[in-house]
Design a protein around this ligand. Structure first.
Ligand SMILES: Cc1ncc(COP(=O)(O)O)c(C=O)c1O
Length: 364
């Protein structure tokens, strides 16, 4: 195994891998952006050069994700976690809202959102250890709820809905932090999509928000300006200084995947990558056990366990020595987790699957 710059197979759940050509271009422009004499981190966000970078970020993400014209694109601070609060302040605002809880991040979303109204968990997969997501059609929505929030892909449990919500409701709000741009999505099905950048989009520091315009009519007056979507839109997400470098690198990432063939090509690539690892799990005669139920298996985060703690530790240390890093699972699920975001190379999945097969044979 030989990766450029002595890099390893990085299965980090986030911040995660960034495409090498993007890192190279960012590096080259760090000192002197396209001959303008200063690097991207050192220029005014209101100057001509950065204004063009910001316009490119908007243009490329719209192109990559097929975002309709009646949606605003924002790059905000505070990560996905601040959106838990901000969306509830703007859209629940003392009323009621529904939440579908399929894992750790969905729980955090309702905990934070519930401080700003009545958040009702209309589905909670706690009883089965957060290993599944419901069919959208099975949900019983609360009359009068202002929105229905769900987490498309639960990063820790590796549980994904694997489909867009139906078009018969217009109030879906979705945390896509760990699966954004990993496959095709129909943005028109959502009132709002948001995602922290640091898994599939670029460096930590910015959060992509895609908001249908009519949602702005619901924003109450008097919110703190930094927590008010209307203020963010009116100021082209530059009410204060945005995370200029992070947005710049995200823009390069958007362009990278457009050139790759767009999200249909990315989806095929990710399905093939994940299939290698799931095949290794399924072919291990129960030595490896996937956490998610079959129909909700994430393409991005593959959480699995081994027979006991000793063998898990052995797997982690031997896999690391073989060049597979960051495979330790989250403490709440235990075991291992392979996060294989867009930028994680396909060869790494092939090689990990091979390693898993050999390990199961030697230790089973
Ligand atoms: C699905 C999901 N939502 C929210 C978050 C929180 O993101 P942030 O750290 O950007 O606040 C994470 C982080 O891992 C996540 O995976």
């Amino acid at each position: 195994m030989s990766l450029p710059y002595g890099r390893v197979y990085n299965f980090s759940a986030g911040p995660g891998a960034i495409p090498v050509p993007v890192l190279e271009e960012a590096r080259d422009n760090m000192m002197n952006y396209q001959g303008c004499g200063v690097g991207v981190m050192e220029m005014s966000h209101r100057g001509k050069v950065y204004t063009e970078i910001a316009a490119d970020a908007d243009k490329y993400v719209r192109q990559l994700m097929g975002i309709p014209d009646n949606y605003k694109v924002l790059f905000l601070h505070g990560g996905a976690s601040l959106q838990f609060t901000m969306l509830a302040m703007n859209f629940m605002n003392g009323g009621q809202a529904d939440y579908v809880t399929t894992g750790t991040w969905g729980k955090k979303a309702i905990e934070a959102g519930g401080l700003h109204g009545i958040g009702t968990a209309i589905f909670d997969a706690k009883a089965t250890g957060y290993d599944n997501a419901p069919a959208f059609g099975d949900l019983n929505h609360t009359p009068g709820a202002k929105y229905c929030h769900f987490t498309m892909n639960e990063t820790i449990q590796g549980v994904d809905f694997l489909g867009d919500p139906p078009a018969d409701r217009t109030d879906w709000i979705c945390d896509m932090s760990s699966c954004i741009a990993s496959r095709e999505f129909d943005v028109s099905r959502y009132a709002m999509i948001y995602a922290g950048a640091q898994k599939n989009l670029g460096p930590a520091g910015t959060c992509l928000v895609i908001l249908r315009e009519d949602m702005l009519d619901r924003v109450p007056n008097g919110l703190p300006p930094m927590l008010d979507y209307k203020v963010a839109v009116e100021n082209d997400w530059m009410y204060n200084t945005p995370s200029t470098w992070s947005v710049y690198v995200c823009s390069l990432v958007f362009k990278h995947w457009i050139d790759f063939g767009g999200l249909s090509a990315v989806q095929k690539y990710n399905e093939d990558k994940a299939a290698h690892i799931y095949t290794a799990i399924d072919g291990s005669a129960g030595f490896f056990k996937g956490h998610a139920q079959f129909n909700n298996r994430s393409l991005m985060n593959i959480s699995f366990t081994l027979p006991d703690e000793d063998v898990t530790q052995k797997f982690l240390s031997e896999s690391k020595a073989a060049g597979f890093h960051e495979l330790k699972g989250h403490r709440s699920v235990g075991g291992c987790r392979a996060s294989i975001y867009n930028a994680f190379p396909a060869e790494g999945c092939v090689e990990l699957a091979k390693f898993m097969g050999e390990f199961a044979k030697a230790n089973g």
